[in-house]
Design a protein around this ligand. Structure first.
Ligand SMILES: Nc1ncnc2c1ncn2[C@@H]1O[C@H](COP(=O)(O)OP(=O)(O)OP(=O)(O)O)[C@@H](O)[C@H]1O
Ligand SMILES: [Mg+2]
Length: 226
């Protein structure tokens, strides 16, 4: 199989797209020995900036990067991605922000470059509406991909807890009704146990980190066949 292109994406901001993307990218690069590239197309460039921050830490200053993180202008991604495809096993794309419908076409075209989309889902009514809009977008891309006989796979996972006690149950039901695949394992409350490392894998960090991440990561790898 050739290069895989994946985005951890949702319409909603602050739902763990970047954190989860970096965790998985590190796991694939460090533990699965894949050649990984992370293209940061978000104007806030939090993945890229976080790498710069870690690069300057004493802990990592003599360590080589397990995978590259490049900042990219989304407008030119379609033109540039072919420069990278032959050198990598997996390319992650951190999508640009949705801006009130204005740039949605740009995000759609980026998500259509992918073969896999992992959707972090935050519990809560407004968040559900946001996820619904995003899933409609993904389904439209899937229809197009199918018409071209191209692979396209997506699945959701629960990334963040809602505020109301009933949010979780409601959101699980909502996802079931949506009919999208949902990972059995969650990756939640990561703030409590970890930073978003870009030089280390959570599988190598310690017992607690490994216990939290491994079931989710293994399920992801198996489902998406990475
Ligand atoms: N699973 C999680 N549980 C709780 N907090 C999390 C989780 N993942 C990330 N966070 C925290 O939530 C905030 C947003 O995370 P992150 O930047 O990964 O989200 P994002 O979806 O990429 O946001 P943006 O839309 O701004 O790009 C950060 O402060 C992060 O540390
Ligand atoms: Mg982000």
């Amino acid at each position: 199989m050739g290069v895989r292109i994946i985005s951890v994406a949702n319409r909603k901001g602050g739902v763990s797209k970047t954190t989860t993307g970096l965790f998985i990218a590190s796991g694939l690069a460090i533990n699965k020995k894949k050649k990984v590239l992370y293209l940061d197309c978000d104007s806030q460039a939090s993945a890229y900036e976080y790498r710069q921050f870690e690069k300057n830490m004493d802990l990592y200053k003599d360590q080589s990067e397990p995978f590259k993180i490049l900042k990219k202008d989304p407008a030119f991604l379609f033109d540039e991605i072919q420069d990278y495809e032959k050198d990598y096993d997996v390319i992650f794309i951190d999508i640009p922000r949705f801006t009130l419908g204005k740039d949605d076409k740009m995000v759609i075209s980026i998500l259509a470059m992918c073969d896999s989309v992992l959707i972090p889902i935050k519990s809560g009514e407004l968040d559900n509406l946001s996820t619904l809009g995003f899933v409609k977008m993904i389904e439209a891309i899937e229809t197009h991909k199918k018409s071209k006989n191209r692979p396209y796979q997506y699945a959701g996972f629960l990334s963040m807890t809602g505020k109301r006690p009933t949010d979780d149950k409601d959101t699980r039901e909502f996802v079931k009704e949506l009919g999208i695949p949902l990972l059995k394992h969650e990756l939640r409350d990561v703030r409590e146990f970890s930073n978003p490392y870009t030089y280390d894998s959570l599988l190598n960090k310690g017992k607690a980190e490994k216990e939290r991440f491994e079931p989710f990561f293994d399920e992801f790898v198996k489902l998406f066949k990475f």
